[in-house]
Design a protein around this ligand. Sequence first.
Ligand code: SF4
Length: 293
Amino acid sequence: MKLFETLRIRAASAVRRQRARVGVADRPARLDVRLDDFDDDGVSMGAPLTLEQWHERVVELLQWAGAMPVRVVARADHPFLAELVRFCHRLEMPVTVRTGPHGLSAARAAELIDRGMARCELVVPVFDDAADGALRALVHGRNSRAASLTVHVHLVVSEASAPAAASAYERARALGVDGVVLAAPLRSAALSASGQAGVRSALAVAWPLQATASVAAAALPRLDGNGPGAPRIGGKCHLGGLRLALAADGSAYICPHKPGRCTGPLASVSEELAAHRKAIRGCDRHCAHPELV
Ligand code: SF4
């Protein structure tokens, strides 16, 4: 029954994504809950919500837009993380955790799996021993519990990580990871010729393990320092109809690079974020960060 419900929620989310792609504004297809400034997207925060307030905010979303896939973004040792995973899982919403290696011990990985984490995006600046240890913890937790956990590495592209990106794929493959995503930095940065060569060689050799979204693969070689994402060649950003993010203070927004966000009831988000959505529709960038695409 639970599997059926999860599949139904994923299918409804996919329908909303498709409606957004053909320009029909709808309620969001997925929710990002940002408990802290991990993977900082630059949206300034007020006083962080308490755990009880987070429960209320998630229930409010459920009543407004129905169940949808949830991604909880936080450091692995955040005190609310395991409880929010449990809470969303109990509400039948498939839960992804986006976090880093710090604090992701074997015990913490097992706890998150037991609470209902269905997918983990492990964000790593470079593929070092800390990343290695966290991935071992996740894969061991999955295997020891026969859990259906998907583990993806999000390797943030930079001068430090790009030259060894191809070997990172091999290390991830050897550890039993399901996929590696080359993640552009949230704010664009110039990449040297050798760095770009490293990205290209990783994209060339890594298939089928690599799960870099096609939009990211197209935009990565065009990273520049002039703003969020590379200049857009064609099409529109689909973000407006897809994702709703809740910052640590509970305020709602869609794109972190556009002004405007809503601190009131979620049911009024559509009206309050109208200017925000207009700015998204007129955006001339092409973001490659998997947080956004
Ligand atoms: S491409 Fe989309 S996510 Fe990126 S800055 Fe523009 S509106 Fe925001």
